[in-house]
Design a protein around this ligand. Sequence first.
Ligand code: BTN
Length: 249
Amino acid sequence: MKPAASVAGPAIVRLASVPSTQAIAFDLAEAGAADGTVVLADHQTAGRGRRGRTWEDAPGASLLASVLMRPRLEPRRLPWLSYVAAVAVAEALQEAAGVEARLKWPNDVLAGGRKIAGILLEARMAVPRPGEPAAAVTVVGIGVNLAPASVPAALAARATCVREAAGRDADRDALLAAVLAALERWRARLERQGAEPVRRRWLALAEGLGRPVRVGGVSGVAVDLDADGALVVDGPGGRQRVVAGEVEG
Ligand code: BTN
């Protein structure tokens, strides 16, 4: 007899208050946790943001999750996972919360021009078992502002939350389920078909293309995302590729 297909979802480790779900996900990875393991917290006391910044929240007012991945990707393709995550969060916000989400390079998620979610991709090389090749462990951290308390006062003009953007609350578990399903879908595409489908979807959701920007010391009009994931900026000195930085404008 054929064994019944498994319908079990990913392991979700639910925690109340932690320093950072990222750190816990890496600890679990070291202890051998499976690909797809999710760490979910109600509150973080030392939430990590991009470029060494902190990520603040108020207890119960955000979706704070880290997804452990052991991707089947060449190391040079790993950065595409941050675009995968941005696309997945934008699609999930639309589907599960009714938020019209757009993307700002590299992976901010916006609603009405203000940031509603942030993504942090961190990768480490796992210590290989004897006879096995070294492989990357990646943790995709996702923070979605659900209620106004999740937006620090200093960022109020530049950030928003689901309640404000959609005019109603979203169920945190339903939003998480939508995020995980979209992540799985887009990650599988990246692993099987390469970066192009992700690149196209990111471009379709992007906000700010065709507008003047200043990013990574380069000024000009943001015109494209190239095949290696760099932002292409058309400036006075011609087209330049930007691989890291913060978009101003
Ligand atoms: C950004 O700076 O925009 C990225 C923010 C990422 C925040 C999330 S919340 C869950 C996970 N745990 C962390 O410490 N950071 C990420």
